[in-house]
Ligand binder design. Sequence first.
Ligand code: NOJ
Ligand code: CA
Length: 560
Amino acid sequence: MHNPASRVPSDSWWRGAAIYQLYVRSFADGNGDGIGDLAGAIARLPYLAALGVDAIWFNPWYPSPMSDAGYDIADYRSVDPVFGSLADADTLIAEAHALGIRIIIDVVPNHCSSAHPWFASALLAGAGSAERDRFWFRPGRGPGGDQPPNNWQSIFGGPAWTRTTAPDGTPGEWYLHLFAPEQPDFNWACPAVRLEFEDVLRFWFERGVDGVRIDSAALLSKDPALPDVDPGAAPGPAHPYTDRDDVHSIYRSWRAIADEKPGRVLIGEVWLPDTARLARYVNPGELHTVFNFPYLSCPWSAVELRQVIDQALALADAPATWVLSNHDVDRIVTRYGRTDTAFSLDRRQYFHGFPVDLALGTRRARAAALLTMALPGSVYIYQGEELGLWEVQDIPDDLRQDPIWHRTGGADPGRDGSRVPLPWSGTEPPFGFSLFGAAAEPWLRQPKEWRDLTVAASSANDGSMLRLYRDALRIRGSEPALLDTPMTWQPSQDGVLAFDRGLSFPHGTAVRCVANLSPAPVALPPNAEILLASGPLAGAQLPPDTTAWLCVEGRGAILA
Ligand code: NOJ
Ligand code: CA
């Protein structure tokens, strides 16, 4: 079996890693309650080893009231009983390591759960207390203090402030939550908050975790004056809560902790439009990489993708990352099957209004997978992407769980459609989601059409998305031309992206990736061997919405 561990230098494994994003609630259910868990993930590790990934990033598994699917953490040093126990996490880490797979966990430092003991004690301790200083409590404005302290809006809709009520029922101070009211924001100017998270990092690193994905990494620092924000204010030093300069000292101390043992990685979730500001997060001594959200938002357009690729490669101090989708955005086959193939978080409602051509979306998603996996840097695969799952857009309203849906009064459909449990086997829902038989239905219903996309059906089908991902990951992980080598754009016609990876002439093999995003077929170089293609070729022609990897001995030959 392909063993990723054998080819990666252990200290810098993350530079070119293929990282599988495992959304634990929807991956595999080990105990039949209809909710994915660590036992299910452990049982399915051989599937991920056979897929050929180097690491798994787990979405939060901590104890949580699940007001935001676990991004509302009540205890940073434990595992929610619905997912298992700390002992299960230890087993998972050990068994993954034995298969050559690293484990990355999600750490959420911007906010906790309103059920976190610190927040409960802050409510009890009252105004002006040290307990409240760990959060942002303020009196309201206006007569009786019944207006929020400022005009900040929650990213999930509605005001970013909620008023507290004293035990005797009188209204009290307000507290800040950039997300749901159940997610109070920490005050990172408070030394106790810094110390607490440094300890949390050590706790998990000592358990053998290899990396940390940092949630909402640009939001931690707030202007202590809490001024109103101008609606169009750009992130940066003058913004009251996004991408302020102070945030970098936090990551410098986190990097020192990660570096106590070589090979640990810090990955930032930083949504910023300005590449120069983004680059600061991967300055020497800070984070190792940041997610490439411009790539994930980019339409299926050669001109725009090339621009985004060049910008990512210009983040000189860090390898680029390539992300097509995650648990917060529409699934890729759906997005590429629309006439507008871009994505943005704040326009989800608009995108959901488009009809979807799933066959077209799937063809493009296959082409995008090969384009993505040929680029230099690390690549993320959101669970189900490798099966070609689509966004489930018709979830009945009463089954929707996402706070975005609830807090926008249903205006924004939210993210449930990308979080539907995986289909593993069989011809009917729940498709083997619960490993040993289910007492309960999966927490969200799977479409019955997914019978053709189960892991079992896909494994038996040469033309499946799964077979393409397995082949691509195997080649990407074993072909020397694709291992930590630079890329060079090649001349190509409009609508086509062509680049070479590999050693310079006369050393070894070069791999050329040609992605045809134009509406017409394009000729492939006559002397090239086809390593892999995302769809059938028409003789020596690459059809529209298709990508091919070509191999030629020696760079001189491929350029000829
Ligand atoms: C980003 C996470 O990916 C998302 O799922 C979550 O709702 C917010 N941060 C808040 O933690
Ligand atoms: Ca379960």
